[in-house]
Design a binder for this molecule. Structure first.
Ligand code: SAM
Ligand code: DTB
Ligand code: SF4
Length: 353
């Protein structure tokens, strides 16, 4: 292996070079997965996957121009805009997510940057979701330091804010805010003591060098993100990226594996795009070190696999949902199917084989 010391893989470092990241991406597939799996097992139970549920709390009419996004006001995607949901509606969704076995509830809003009254409203949602015993996550766009502090005071555990792609490819995707704006928000979130959830999107026509650039940017942040969502572009008609050439699925797996090696303690989330993936491809992603998913049949505005399909996938692979940290009770969570009557089906799929 050139320019890469195998012995150092598994160390927690924020001084990775771009050369090292490129060399990792270029490893023979079997070597790459071997190293990723080895690093994964040093820090995690390989048969556990963290389970989050997403809810769009404010949908559409976003002034930003992110070329992938169905919620930008600039693209005609047929999304019905919705005002900020009221607290009780959000809590109903959170209770249902908890009944289904999710341990983290992520609230997403199509904002460029939230206003003061919007932060106050979201803070109330965070307090309510926390009181249900769920971990809380929000993604609301750019934040000022005092806004991050207000969200932390309400009990926010994680803030999601993605770098999306490499610094070089960034302005092909978004022109209405800069890479530095994103880094500044991440700094504000870290400084407030909120855990950082930060990743990107693959399949936007980027090159391998851009995937290396994204991974390098993530792994050389002042601290590694606690959570790294790797999204596959969900192509939505009306967005500029609709019709982009699809990514080789094995390159998606490679990117997950390199994220795992570069950021050994992070939860790497197999995020958007699972509806377009086979069970076998998802299994390869878990083998490469992905250990978090979104569960529930909707992401923000687009589809996600049915809950039954995910329960079956977990059962086929002997995967158990990871307990919340800090655990609110000692029981291992179980993925439940919610039926139309609303009652959960308490079938335990913890097949340890
Ligand atoms: N407006 C806020 C922001 O951009 O930070 C929060 C919501 S935004 C929808 C959250 C993230 O979802 C984006 O940063 C992007 O990475 C991801 N995303 C949006 N549309 C997507 C798509 N079509 N496919 C995959 N990921 C997408
Ligand atoms: C992230 O990285 N992916 C999630 C979450 N963070 C907020 C969003 C995916 C959105 C996919 C397109 C949609 O459903 O609108
Ligand atoms: Fe707005 Fe976020 Fe969509 Fe960009 S990704 S258009 S900021 S909702």
């Amino acid at each position: 292996m050139t320019r890469l010391s195998v012995e150092r893989l598994g160390q927690i470092r924020t001084d990775w070079t771009l050369d090292e990241v490129r060399s990792l991406l270029d490893l023979p597939f079997a070597d790459l997965l071997f190293h990723a799996q080895r690093v994964h097992r040093e820090h995690f139970d390989p048969n556990e996957v963290q389970v989050s549920t997403l809810l769009s709390i404010k949908t559409g009419a976003c002034p930003e121009d992110c070329a992938y996004c169905p919620q930008s006001v600039r693209y005609d995607t047929g999304i019905e805009r919705e005002a900020l949901l009221d607290v009780e509606t959000v809590l109903e969704h959170a209770r249902a997510a908890r009944e289904s076995g999710a341990t983290r509830f992520c609230m997403g809003a199509a904002y460029r940057n939230p206003k003061k009254h919007q932060i106050a409203a979201v803070a109330e949602m965070i307090r309510g979701v926390r009181a249900l015993g769920l971990e809380t996550c929000a993604t609301l766009g750019m934040l000022e330091p005092e806004q991050a502090e207000a969200l932390k005071a309400a009990g926010l555990d994680y803030y999601n804010h993605n770098l999306d792609t490499s610094p070089e490819y960034y302005d092909k995707i978004i022109t209405t805010r800069t890479y530095q704006d994103r880094l500044d928000t991440l700094q504000a979130v870290r400084d407030a003591g909120i855990k950082v959830c930060c990743g990107g999107i693959l399949g936007m026509g980027e090159s391998k060098a851009d995937r290396a650039g994204l991974l390098h940017s993530l792994a050389t942040l002042p601290q590694h993100p606690d959570s790294v969502p790797i999204n596959q572009l969900v192509q939505v008609a009306g967005t500029p990226l609709f019709g982009a050439a699809p990514l080789d699925p094995l390159d998606f797996v490679r990117t997950i594996a390199v994220a795992r090696i570069l950021m050994p303690k992070a939860h790497v989330r197999l995020s958007a795009g699972r509806s377009e993936m086979s069970d076998e491809l998802q299994a390869l992603c878990f083998l490469a070190g992905a250990n978090s998913i979104f569960y529930g049949d909707k992401l923000l505005t687009t589809g996600n696999p049915e809950e039954d399909a995910d329960r079956q996938l977990f059962a086929r692979l002997g995967i158990r949902p990871e307990a919340a940290v800090p655990a609110t009770d000692t029981a291992t969570p179980v993925l439940h199917a919610r039926h139309e009557c609303g009652s959960p089906n308490h079938v335990d799929h913890r097949g340890r084989g």
